[in-house]
Design a protein around this ligand. Structure first.
Ligand code: ADP
Ligand code: MG
Length: 539
């Protein structure tokens, strides 16, 4: 029989709960995630024992039930998993769970308020004390002769273990909700928390008579058994208001780290920020966060979908996360997969790739701007579009313009327009001289242009209204002028005098264009300086 026992949990911090409460203040709701995950774990452990022959009883229908009793002011999380003996409670709750909590407190109690803790600590069982003034565990182990046991603690380091009665195998965790946490005694609040964290848990979670979760979400299935419709439907489940995505990547890695997930490429229009922070991070089907910064490279944060990895540490600060080796590997892996997928699309169906390029181009350019490794891969499939809406890879484009747009030193100039409407006259003029003009008028293109100049050898990018055109190799197509040299000089002086701006270059020449009798150009670097000043220093 269980000998009744009272005792003091051996930790050094006298009362850790006020400290836990303080640090977890903004995130009290995670107590439910922690307790429900423990209940799920308990059922999964039993399933495993059964599969290896260490449990020969009936598994039955494994499930977790969350019950709310507004009158008694309790929330009860029940499972029919492995349960615990009194010895196991002492070991797993008094020693292990408490040592986790203690370690946490030791680590963070001296840190200032500005120390941003990611918000998910793996505090586990003891997070119950964020909302409860008293917690009971009533449990019966799966072992045949196990005696049920009851543990109770009122949020101090004191605990009590006694005998109790319980027929069924498994564990009930009863939280007596504290006065300042009454909000959790509302059905809708609980429902919302369960929806948020438990939507895809692998065991049925019952609340208020309903199962709230899908136990086999798409990312846990094998890609070979899935159709496009399945992926599209799952996307709609995740983001009910969104347009269909362009395509997706099903991630499935088990070495050297464990990672599954589905990443969708959304149709991104111009408002980048609307598309950010949509990826959901899970750990064994438990929702953790939708702040995937650091786990996913910045440029891929525009993607949507789900990443599930038990190998991402959740009980550490953000700065630690950035330095974590697994996180770095995951980051690199995702980047590589995305690169592979884009490359494959480009190779297999260039036409469709071009059709989608207005959307995909944004990711690709963002990636090339911010990630050198990605640049190296993407340079072969990143497309440039000219004013005739033809697409070229970087190499193809270079070849396309080489003959006409190379200067004496062998430097090739890519001309572009950043505003096809306003710069139309310049575009026409350049095209009349047989120059090609790229359309680089997207929101990332000014950065992209800088990246290309940095990366491409012997290549300049010049806006079509800069003074470049005149400096390109003489095409020998200048028309005979109707003006005499004298008249040209006078005309030039008139402009110089009237506009009185030393930064501008004036020249009088005959262009093979009727619509453009006069062009005034600005050296490219001056123009960029001016644009930068106008944009408040770039951007
Ligand atoms: P973790 O889940 O990370 O191990 P917790 O603090 O959440 O840490 O839980 C501590 C331990 O208590 C668990 O590892 C498990 O052994 C035990 N435990 C907690 N809840 C249950 C439960 N519902 N059924 C069986 N064992 C449990
Ligand atoms: Mg736990």
């Amino acid at each position: 029989a269980i000998t009744e026992e009272k005792g003091t949990i051996s930790i050094h911090t006298e009362n850790i709960f006020p400290i836990i409460k303080k640090f977890l203040y903004s995130d009290h709701e995670i107590f439910l995630r922690e307790l429900v995950s423990n209940a799920v774990d308990a059922t999964q452990k039993l399933k495993r024992l059964s599969s290896i022959g260490e449990f020969n009883g009936e598994l039955g229908e494994l499930k977790v039930t969350v019950k709310l009793d507004e009158n008694a002011k309790t929330i009860t999380v029940s499972d029919n998993g492995i349960g615990m003996t009194a010895e196991e409670i002492k070991k797993y709750i008094n020693q292990i769970a408490f040592s986790g909590a203690t370690e946490f407190v030791q680590k963070y109690k001296d840190k200032g308020e500005d120390q941003q803790i990611i918000g998910h600590f793996g505090l586990g069982f003891y997070s119950a004390f964020m909302v409860a003034e008293k917690v009971e565990i009533i449990t019966k182990s799966f072992r045949e002769d196990a005696e049920p046991a009851r543990w109770v603690s009122a949020g101090t380091t004191e605990f009590e273990i006694t005998q109790t009665t319980k027929e069924e195998r498994g564990t009930d965790i009863v939280l007596h909700i504290a006065e300042d946490s009454k909000e959790f005694l509302e059905k809708f609040r609980l429902q919302n928390i369960l929806d948020k964290y438990g939507k895809f848990l692998p065991v049925p979670i019952e609340f208020d008579g309903n199962v709230i979760n899908n136990t086999a979400p798409l990312w846990t299935k094998s890609p070979s058994e899935l159709k496009d419709e399945d992926y599209l439907k799952f996307y709609k489940d995740l983001y009910p208001m969104s347009e269909d995505p362009l395509f997706w990547i099903h991630l499935n890695v088990d070495y050297p780290f464990n990672l599954t997930g589905i990443l969708y490429f959304p149709k991104v229009k111009n408002e980048l920020h609307l598309h950010k922070d949509k990826i959901q991070l899970y750990s064994r089907q438990v929702f953790i966060t939708d702040e995937v910064k650091d786990v996913v490279p910045e440029f891929l944060m525009l993607l949507h979908g789900v990443i599930d990895s038990p190998d991402i540490p959740l009980n550490v600060s953000r700065s630690f996360l950035q330095a974590d080796a697994n996180v770095k590997k995951i980051n690199a892996h995702i980047t590589k997969k995305v690169g592979d997928k884009l490359q494959e699309l480009f190779k297999n169906d260039r036409k469709s790739f071009e059709d989608k390029f207005d959307h995909i181009g944004l990711f690709i350019k963002y990636g090339m701007i911010t990630d050198d490794k990605f640049y190296d891969k993407a340079k072969d499939f990143c497309l440039l579009k000219n004013t005739e809406s033809k697409f070229y890879t970087l190499n193809e484009y270079r070849e396309h313009v080489q003959a006409n747009q190379t200067d004496k030193d062998g430097t090739v100039t890519f001309l572009y327009t950043s505003d096809p409407g306003k710069q139309d006259a310049y575009v026409q003029s350049a095209r009349k001289r047989s120059y090609d003009v790229l359309k680089l008028d997207g929101m990332l293109d000014s950065h992209f242009i800088n990246t290309l100049e940095r990366k491409l050898e012997k290549t300049n990018l010049k806006r079509v209204d800069s003074d470049t055109i005149d400096k390109l190799i003489d095409k020998g197509i200048a028309n005979e002028s109707v003006l005499s040299e004298d008249e040209k000089t006078k005309l030039k002086e008139v402009f110089e005098h009237t506009l009185n701006n030393k930064n501008l270059t004036f020249s009088v020449e005959s262009l093979p264009v009727d619509e453009l009798p006069v062009t005034i150009t600005l050296p490219e670097f001056m123009r960029r300086m001016r644009d930068m000043a106008a944009n408040g220093g770039g951007g």
